[in-house]
Design a protein around this ligand. Sequence first.
Ligand code: ADP
Ligand code: MG
Length: 266
Amino acid sequence: MSLLRVSGLSRSFGGLKAVDDVSFDLEAGQLLALLGPNGAGKSTCFNMVNGQLRPSAGSIVFDGHELVGRRPRDIWRLGVGRTFQIAATFNSMTVLENVQMALVSRERKLFGLWKAASSWFADEALHLLEQVGMADDAHRACGVLAYGDVKRVELAIALANRPKLLLMDEPTAGMAPGERSDLMALTRRLATDHQIGVLFTEHSMDVVFASADRMIVLARGKLIAEGDADTIRNDAHVQEVYFGTGKTFQPRASLAGNGPAAGAPR
Ligand code: ADP
Ligand code: MG
């Protein structure tokens, strides 16, 4: 049984089919990239899996549970973690304290009580920080960290809940190329070590080809291709639709041939 099985997933906004009959599977330990140009429906698809958005149709079965109709908090409890944007870490708190908070929050769901103490879960938090390479920065404030390091702390926070599935919406947005490949290599290692399935969205093909086991490509809400890097790279439909954005730059050269009206200043 797949860790995640999405079948016939659809969501419309008014007359617009943002996600149209999308189906895919994800196995434990695998990195699956959801790829596509801007507006393809990646975030919409993603937000249906985490419970933020209700599908118009379809089913999302995770670890034997139907997720459609459940609230985000309940989905999180079942073991679906996600990395949040930068604002989710508390800048005035240290790196260690941020991860401790996440651990306290996890235990709270078990015991139904809140005990705030600086020693709580410090060892476990430090262990999580070691796994993302941030143990040496444990006692620095999150607010002074470089962007790529904040992303690592976000990963440690997501791991605190011991997710079986980790969702990341454009995790490398705003990062330099070197940082991107580092973060995805780290994600790859964590997925393997903990047998976590990772579903991430990305619009850069380079990031995806280097890190994902499999990818699915959306265009205008429809799934147009699925497979490994080679399959996707050589897919005619993907080349046509995805790289179509690049082709719009080509007519520049032929613009001169359109006559003076095309470029005439007013
Ligand atoms: P991506 O993440 O691939 O860039 P999105 O899933 O954000 O794409 O958007 C897919 C399409 O759905 C776009 O045309 C977008 O304008 C539209 N859309 C997304 N969210 C909403 C919403 N809440 N209301 C109306 N239209 C939306
Ligand atoms: Mg998006």
